[in-house]
Design a protein around this ligand. Structure first.
Ligand code: NAP
Length: 289
């Protein structure tokens, strides 16, 4: 049995599918089981992994656990210890490509992600472990730009030439399924990226091509960008960290690794692939204008 935390998440959901396709038994943990909508064959259990003592019963008969750093937060060390005592043999951490960067340049820490701690908890658990270090997900276009694209055809964003080696979360999920079931990734921290470094303006062009919408990119300065991100309801510290990260690495193309292709035996999905597969979302939001 595999226990998946963050099972309804961007990686969690395709991971559940990938494990089922491999014939694994899957227990999906969510705070909202009634609306989780998993396919038949998945054991859906209720719980908040940031309160590990509550989910202890769900660790029974579990061989491997997928640790989502967002879902578990500061409790990840306690969670790993609980898993060890319950007889779990393997932990696979969902960390991030930037876990070794200055914490101030890791924006998601300001919404509670504890990627560095998650990796350390797996590595120091005494169990078999793998830590996945994915780059920025292609689907970040949804939370960051979705509202703008619902209002019109313009994306206002800073640092137009800043590049990301954006990865399709479905590729992270397929590598995670390998890490949970196969042994050749044990004790490794693969940095998972898309197949190319793609700039902010190129991402918007890809969305325009995929949707047929006449999308434009409007470059804005850091002050306007901080105000815009904060106005989305996100913490001001998160907004400042976004800008600090862009400023720190602007002008340096994002590093592309070949890890997805090496581990999956096929090329990583591109940003254009992701945009094409999600074009309906960006078309439907604009129709709600
Ligand atoms: N997004 C990126 O570009 C990116 C890139 C690299 C690494 N990462 C890392 O991957 C991890 C997951 O990030 P994500 O953006 O992809 O999120 P996500 O996995 O899509 O969503 C978080 C999941 O955690 C569960 N959860 C449980 N308790 C939660 C809580 N208190 N707050 C929020 N979610 C909770 C939610 O499930 P229920 O609501 O069903 O309980 C949800 O399925 C983070 O540590 C992030 O830093 C993200």
């Amino acid at each position: 049995m595999m226990l998946i935390t963050g099972a309804t998440g961007a990686v969690g959901r395709p991971l559940v599918d990938a494990l089922l396709a491999r014939g694994a038994k899957v227990r999906a943990l969510t705070r909202y089981p009634a609306s989780a909508g998993f396919p038949d064959g998945v054991e859906v259990v209720a719980g908040d992994p940031s309160r590990p003592e509550e989910i202890a019963p769900h660790l029974q008969d579990v061989r491997a656990v997928f640790l989502n750093a967002r879902a578990i937060g500061d409790a990840v060390g306690d969670f790993a210890e609980l898993a060890r005592r319950a007889g779990v043999r393997r932990l696979v951490a969902l960390a991030a490509y930037n876990v070794e960067h200055d914490l101030a340049l890791q924006p998601s820490r300001y919404v509670g992600d504890r990627n560095r701690e998650c990796e350390a908890a797996a590595e120091e658990s005494g169990l078999e472990w793998v830590s996945l270090r994915p780059d920025v997900y292609a689907n970040m276009a949804l939370p960051l730009w979705g509202a703008q694209l619902a209002r019109g055809d313009e994306v206002s964003w800073p640092f137009p030439d800043f590049t990301e080696a954006a990865i399709d979360p479905r590729d992270v999920a397929e590598v995670a399924a390998r890490a949970l079931t196969d042994d050749d990734l044990l004790g490794t921290k693969p940095v998972l990226t898309g197949p190319e470094a793609i700039s902010h303006t190129e991402m918007v062009t890809a969305l325009a091509e995929a949707t047929g919408r006449p999308l434009r990119y409007r470059a804005i300065g850091p002050v306007e960008a901080v105000a815009q991100i904060a106005a989305m309801g996100l913490p001001p510290e998160l907004a400042a960290s976004f800008i600090a990260r862009y400023a720190a690495f602007d002008g340096r193309p994002a590093t592309v690794t070949g890890e997805v292709e090496r581990l999956l035996g096929r090329p990583a999905r591109s940003y254009r692939d992701w945009a094409r597969d999600h074009a309906a979302f960006f078309t439907s939001v604009s129709q709600g204008q």
